[in-house]
Ligand binder design. Structure first.
Ligand code: SAM
Length: 502
């Protein structure tokens, strides 16, 4: 375990260039690290168990193994080994950058540096050392590396080419690295000066340029508009009573779910017409209310389209356990129990029965119209990444909001390849009792079909308009054409918004 305290990296163009060269030469990539660790140690490390990874890395004499021991596991590493893994930066350069410190004959990491890969791109991300490297709870000003929430937001982000993008609460800049693939200019903000030191360092290390601004939430971008805003905000609901450390990385300084509510309410004026904002959030669900009431109340009067997917619901006890553990506290300790009790008291004070988590996608309509509001509870597995499905779904929702039922009926629709029909029949029965359309990708939606909608779906192959199909279906089933039309339009609107008809 490292005994070094956390620092933040220093900016020095020449030294960072040497670091980049050395990490490249040493092959410090996600693929190489995975190959070194193998599935067992890799999976154990993901569960924060370091022993298998330490055994593997100690048994191999390679620069990648040295860098894993140094930066990921937080182990003291022999000076000579570090000199070999960072041959041009050398230990002296790494010390000058604030990445490591010398302790006797050993070198210990002061920050975490690790490779990160997604969407066929690969980067390095420097952040504070994780609890598994330091062996103690993280500090209040901890700067996160790439976590589960980071990858969730990145996976759900629509990757259309855009002119101006903004990342609110950038931390070490993970979302901004992704934005670099499809945004012409990128602004990043954070309240924390330490986080911004990491963001600047990571931008330099990965040879990208960001407009870096310090300030709270929307303050640093007053009067400005963007085409795409992403935010993994400090959304964790934290009692203000003092028992729980107010970690900068997860606590936005407000009671309850006010941080996310305020962000949703305030984002509209920072979006260009047609602009999109995507953020993660928690919402409180007080007794006798629903999550949809809670979240839709945030949207009232904003004029924004909103598509919110609730992915998880926890009761107050589950929530307290999750976030007490996240800060490095363990069940059975007095600290853990004090925090647990504080969370339960805090939720009880607002009569909160459960807490929802999900992804909020906001869109500023480009034309004058009623905004749409779509709140979906999807707790089953979805495609990874989801960005393309969100792009298709957002475009479809906008089109449907801007077109009449007549226009829906006169458009040719077809079911994509990943949509299948399932018929469930009771033993001995000739007719199916349940028919569903199942989506293989995207949100994995399953839509129950009636005889009418099943008949329409079977001819939705890109040739007939629904209006043409409706006449034939009504004739064959001996039904009123106007009623069939209504049923088909309702079905198309529901199926098309999630890409079961395109
Ligand atoms: C959950 S982390 C997200 C980090 C990174 N964007 C990611 O996706 O992993 C939230 C970030 O918000 C920052 N933050 C906390 N309070 C803030 C505030 N009031 N205004 C802006 N940023 C804040 C924290 O310093 C932290 O970097």
């Amino acid at each position: 375990m490292s005994s070094a305290t956390s620092g933040s990296p220093r900016i020095d163009d020449a030294l960072v260039a040497r670091l980049r060269d050395d990490l490249t030469t040493s092959g410090f990539t996600v693929t190489e690290v995975s190959e070194l660790l193998g599935p067992l140690a890799g999976a154990a490390l993901a569960r924060e168990q370091t022993l298998p990874a330490r055994r593997v890395a100690l048994a191999v004499d390679s620069p990648v193994a040295t860098l894993v021991r140094l930066f990921t596991l937080g182990d003291p590493v022999d000076v000579a080994e570090v000199e070999r893994a960072l041959p041009t930066l050398r230990v002296s350069g790494a010390v000058a950058l604030g990445l490591v410190a010398e302790e006797g004959d050993a070198v210990v990491a002061r920050v975490d540096v690790r490779p990160y890969a997604a969407d066929d791109r690969s980067w390095w991300v420097a952040s504070d050392l994780a609890e598994l490297a330091t062996g103690r709870p993280v500090l209040d000003d901890h700067v996160l590396g790439v976590g589960g929430a980071s990858t969730t937001l990145a996976a759900w982000t629509v990757r259309n080419p855009v002119r101006r993008a903004l990342d609110i609460g950038t931390g070490s800049g993970v979302q901004a690295l992704h934005l670099g693939e499809h945004a012409e200019s990128i602004t990043v903000t954070d309240l924390s000066a330490r986080a911004l030191a990491f963001a600047r360092f990571n931008a330099l290390l990965n040879e990208v340029t960001w407009d870096v601004r310090q300030g709270s939430m929307l303050d640093p971008i007053a009067g400005e508009r963007f085409d795409l805003v992403v935010s993994n905000p400090p959304f964790v609901i934290t009692p203000r009573s003092g028992e729980i450390p107010l970690f900068e990385y997860r606590d936005g300084g407000r009671a309850g779910d006010a941080v996310v509510a305020d962000l949703v309410r305030g984002l509209g004026e920072h979006l260009e017409p047609g602009g999109v904002a995507q953020l993660l959030g928690n919402w409180e669900i007080p007794a006798g209310t629903t999550w949809t009431e809670r979240v839709s109340s945030w949207l009232d009067g904003t004029g924004l389209d909103a598509w919110v997917v609730q992915r998880e619901v926890q009761d107050p006890a589950e929530y307290a356990e999750t976030w007490a553990r996240d800060g490095g506290h363990h069940p059975g300790t007095a600290d853990f129990d004090a925090m647990y009790a504080a969370w339960l008291d805090d939720f009880a004070s607002r009569d909160v029965e459960s807490i929802g988590f999900g992804i909020i996608t906001l869109h500023r309509p480009a034309v004058e119209r009623e905004p749409f509001l779509d709140l979906m509870d999807v707790r089953t597995p979805v495609a990874t990444p989801m960005g393309e499905a969100v792009r298709v779904g957002l475009e479809a929702r906008v089109w449907l909001a801007e077109h009449s039922d007549d226009e829906v009926l006169d458009r040719v629709w077809s079911a994509p390849q990943d949509v299948t029909e399932e018929r469930h029949t009771r033993p001995g029965s000739a007719d199916p009792s349940v028919i569903v359309a199942r989506q293989g990708g995207g949100l994995g939606r399953v839509i129950p079909l009636t005889t009418v909608t099943a008949a329409y779906l079977s001819v939705a192959d890109g040739e007939l308009t629904p209006r043409q199909a409706v006449g034939a279906i009504a004739g064959i089933l001996d039904l009123d054409a106007a009623e069939v039309e209504r049923e088909v339009v309702t079905f198309i609107r529901d199926a098309a918004k999630d890409g079961l008809l395109v």
